[in-house]
Write a protein that binds this ligand. Structure first.
Ligand SMILES: Cc1cc2nc3c(=O)[nH]c(=O)nc-3n(C[C@H](O)[C@H](O)[C@H](O)COP(=O)(O)OP(=O)(O)OC[C@H]3O[C@@H](n4cnc5c(N)ncnc54)[C@H](O)[C@@H]3O)c2cc1C
Length: 473
């Protein structure tokens, strides 16, 4: 038996053939969510426990086989699909989906890495607590994937990124050894805090098998406001007083361009949000019920002043839960709408908040000059300086472009150079995956790359964990 067949046979012997997919059965695990890339693999292993993960990792270690850990496969940057080499194992965590404990007094929840994010939110809510991580893919992404990408989402403003929500974790190392750091302590200054190495490592250092998460008090009813305005230069004239007045009661602050709303409406005409389709910009704000008393009076005061100064055009306060849900459905439908609309180059950039209007103006004019056939569409977690700056090509326009890869790279360069010139970053919350490895070389200081390579070679000296992702050679 050759080595490849031997590897599959050993994994089958350990997990049971039922949980080892090969050939056509690997479909759905080797293609990325967006249909942009396919890979090949010896097999997809679906372990049901930490010991089984450790066994698969030890087998791959012994035979020098690469491993691609996979959660919900919703990565935006080709993070979770195997490469085309075919001498690799995809380790799909979806069977490890048990919630192991929920403790409202300790304010913690312990779960296996394959738990769907929405199930964790629900388990917290069942004991009248909140797990605040929230993003459009929450019905299919897994907590192990969220931790591995240090996902951001819509409530970073108040609760931080996933990194801020993790208390502890269990990890299987590339050679199959298990590190048990599954604690729920809030304080533990006993040397390097190793969990932070694996948060945001995108599966390049080990496989996260369990996580301990922070829970928060439930928030109760939310006031959802949709503000329409025309000039992006006016943005901070009302976001700053809103933040000053409501402080941490603001849970989400999402910017949506009119062009984005029109794309979503074209694809999903039943969304039913009352808005003027010709408006330039929308700001969606969620204010928690623990805000200072008299939310509506304070809103009136802050936004009334902005309206009088002609900085904003209109304010829609969701009248009920149904209207609130449809406003949020508009926001959360952006990704699906892009997939159906055409070819989009999404730039997940972050810049200092004060630079947002200048970034949008500069990028708008530079992209339009270089690519007159492109449409700009933008959503952003604007409260934390993170913009998803999308350069969209309608499909027939895109198909007529002779060298699409060259165009794609040229678009990236225009946008990322502007972000870099404003002391920003080319990846705020989505990570690097295989898609942005080249940018790591261009924009990351050499000393940072050197330290990262040192950590990588300590934990994964044979470069078998998610090879070709995150770190340039
Ligand atoms: C509609 C939509 C909306 C989105 N919105 C947001 C958003 O607002 N904010 C945001 O940050 N992201 C967003 N994303 C991106 C994506 O959902 C997140 O990156 C998510 O955290 C990935 O989780 P996943 O389980 O799908 O991971 P995958 O895509 O399966 O994997 C992502 C990376 O993590 C690694 N990995 C997965 N599980 C493990 C594990 N157990 N151990 C070690 N490594 C592992 C993989 O190898 C890969 O490198 C969105 C995606 C979609 C499709």
């Amino acid at each position: 038996m050759d080595v490849d067949n031997q590897v599959v046979a050993e994994i089958e012997a350990r997990l049971g053939a039922k949980f080892v997919r090969t050939g056509a059965d690997t479909e759905g695990f080797i293609e990325d969510f967006w249909g942009r890339a396919w890979g090949r693999t010896l097999c997809v292993a679906q372990p049901g426990s930490t010991d089984e993960v450790a066994a698969v990792m030890a087998i791959c270690h012994r035979h020098g086989i690469a491993v691609f850990p996979q959660g919900g496969n919703t990565s935006t940057c080709l993070g979770a699909v195997p490469d085309v080499g075919g001498r690799s194992v995809v380790l799909a965590l979806g069977r490890m989906n048990r919630i192991l404990s929920v403790d409202p007094v300790d304010g913690s929840l312990v779960a296996e890495a394959g738990c769907i994010l929405a199930d964790i939110q629900q388990a917290a809510s069942d004991v009248d607590r909140l797990f605040p991580l929230s993003l459009g893919a929450e019905g299919s992404c897994q907590i192990g994937g969220n931790v591995s990408t240090n996902a951001g989402g819509t409530s970073v403003l108040r609760y931080g990124n996933t990194r801020d929500l993790v208390l502890g974790m269990e990890v299987v190392l590339p050679d199959g050894r298990i590190w048990n750091g599954l604690r729920t302590l809030r304080k533990n200054n006993t040397g390097y805090d190793l969990k932070h190495l694996f948060i945001g490592a995108e599966g390049t250092l080990g496989v996260i098998t369990k996580v301990a998460l922070k829970l928060f008090p439930s928030l109760g009813p939310m006031t959802t406001v949709l503000i329409s305005f025309d000039d992006i230069a006016d943005l901070t004239s009302f976001t700053e007083p809103l933040r000053r007045s409501f402080d941490t009661a603001i849970i989400a602050m999402e910017l949506i361009s009119g062009s984005e709303v029109r794309i979503v409406n074209t694809i999903f005409p039943d969304l039913n949000v009352p808005y003027d389709p010709e408006t330039g910009w929308f700001l969606l704000v969620d204010i928690a019920s623990d805000a200072p008393a008299g939310v509506s009076d304070l809103l009136q005061e802050v936004l009334g002043a902005a309206m009088e100064a002609e900085k904003i055009l209109d304010v829609l306060v969701a009248a009920n839960e149904a209207q609130r849900a449809s406003i949020w459905r508009l926001r959360h439908s952006v990704t699906e709408a892009h997939k159906k609309y055409g070819m989009g180059m999404s730039h997940d950039i972050a810049i200092p908040i004060v630079e947002i209007p200048r970034f949008i103006q500069t990028a708008g004019s530079k992209v339009a000059a270089a690519f007159p056939e492109a449409e700009m569409a933008l959503v952003g977690h604007v409260g934390d300086g993170n913009l998803h700056y999308n350069v969209m090509f309608e499909m027939s326009v895109w198909n007529a472009i002779p060298d699409q890869m060259k165009t794609r790279k040229a678009v990236y360069k225009v946008v990322y150079d502007i972000a870099a010139s404003m002391n920003g970053t080319f990846s705020a919350e989505h990570g690097i995956g295989a898609l942005h490895v080249a940018e790591m070389k261009t924009y990351k200081p050499p000393i940072e790359l050197e330290i990262m390579r040192g950590i990588k070679s300590l934990l994964d000296p044979d470069n078998r964990m998610n090879p070709g992702r995150v770190l340039p050679l």
